[in-house]
Design a protein around this ligand. Sequence first.
Ligand SMILES: Cc1cc2nc3c(=O)[nH]c(=O)nc-3n(C[C@H](O)[C@H](O)[C@H](O)COP(=O)(O)OP(=O)(O)OC[C@H]3O[C@@H](n4cnc5c(N)ncnc54)[C@H](O)[C@@H]3O)c2cc1C
Length: 379
Amino acid sequence: MNQTQIPQPRIAIVGSGPAGCYTAGFLRKRWPEAPIVLFDRLTTPYGLVRYGVAPDHLGTKGIAKQFDRLFARDRVEFRGGVEIGRDLGLDQLRAEYDIVVLATGLWADRSIDGFRDVEGNATHAGVHGSGELTRMINGHPDRDSENLVIGRNTVIVGNGNVAVDLVRLMLTDPGVLTGLDVPIDAINALHEGPVARIDVVGRSAADEAKFDPAMIRELGKLPDVRFTSDAVAVPGNGDRDATAKMAAIVELVEQSPVAATRSVNFHFGWTPDTLQGSERVASVIFRDTGGQRGQLVLETDSVCTAVGFTEVGDDVLLRSALEGEATNLERGMLAEGLYCVGWLRRGPVGTIPVNRADAKMVANAIINDVESSVATVAR
Ligand SMILES: Cc1cc2nc3c(=O)[nH]c(=O)nc-3n(C[C@H](O)[C@H](O)[C@H](O)COP(=O)(O)OP(=O)(O)OC[C@H]3O[C@@H](n4cnc5c(N)ncnc54)[C@H](O)[C@@H]3O)c2cc1C
C-alpha cells in the first residue's frame, strides 16, 4: 500500500488505563492523521496506574508521564467524565467512529464464598476488597471511607503482589503517606488502630504463591516489624522461581527483629472457610488446603480480601454480552469495527508491560483489518 492509500480511520478508545493508552500510541504511529479520542468515565486518565498502583511505587506511577505525551504531543484527544453505555451509548459511538476499542478493565473485587452473600455484599462489616482499599488509598473520587477502620489486627486473604502492597502501606508511617498525597480519610482508615498485627493467608504453598520475591524483600525495609511464616520447604523442588520465593520469605523472617512491636505472619496453604462475629467480623476460619492440619482460626478487627478482580453483572459494558459470531478474542475482535484489549480482553491478570504487549497485538490486528479492507476495495 503506498502513502496515498493509507487510511486515517476515526478511532474511539474507551478506557484510558495502560491498555487504552498503549493502543492509542500504536495506532497513532501507523496513522499519523487519524482522529483518535480516548474516553474515560473519570475526569482524570490512566485507570489503575492512578487508582491501583501503590502510591510509594513512584517508578511505576511515572508511566503516566509517558502517557501524557499522547495528549501533549501526539494529538490524541482525552474526553473524561463520559461513561460509555451510560452517558453515551456504545451503538452511537460505533456509528460515529470507524473503529471502537474497549479497554475498560475489570474493577470489581472477586469475592470469597462464605464472605459475601449471593449479591456480592459483604456478610459482615469490616470486610473489604483490595480494590476498594487501593482506590481509597489512591484518592479515587468514588471511594467510600466512611466507617472504614482497619483496627489493630487485620487479616489479609491472598498472596499476590496486591496483598503485599496492602501490608506495606498499612505499616508505612502516616507522615510518609501524607507526603505521597494519600488522602487524610484513607490515612485515618488505615492508621486509626494503628495496625499492630497482620496475618496474610494464602491458599497455595509459599513456593507457589503469586507475589514477586522483590516485593517480599521490600517489606524488609519496614522498621519495627517481626515477620513469621509457616512456609515449609519442599525438598527437591528445583524450580528457580519457586526457590526464589521461598528464599525471600525465609530471609525476611530471619532478618526481622524478634522484639519488634508490630508483626506480620504469613500463613501458606490455607483456604478461607467462614467469618465469625455478630454483624462486624471478629474472627476468620481457614481450613488446610491439603487437608492435613485442621483449622486456622484468627481473631481480627477487619478482613481484606486480595484475591483478584472480576466482571460484575450490572457493568454497563459486559464483554460477554458483546460477543457474537465474528468474535475472535485471540486477536481482540468482538465484532466488525469493535475490539477489546487489556484486562477486559484477557481477564484481570498481568502487569502494565503485559498490557503493552497486548495493545501492540490488538493494534496490529486493527491495522491489518482496516488496511486489508481498503486494499480489497482499491483492487
Ligand atoms: C491494586 C493494584 C495494584 C497494581 N500494581 C501494579 C504495579 O505496581 N505494577 C504493574 O505493572 N501493574 C500493577 N497492577 C496491574 C495494572 O494496574 C493492570 O495490569 C492494568 O492497569 C490493566 O490495564 P487496563 O487498561 O486493562 O485497565 P484499567 O487500568 O482498569 O483501565 C480501565 C479504564 O477504563 C475506564 N472505564 C471503565 N468503564 C468505562 C466506561 N463504561 N466508559 C468509559 N471509561 C470506562 C476506567 O475508568 C479506567 O480508567 C496493579 C493492579 C491493581 C488492581
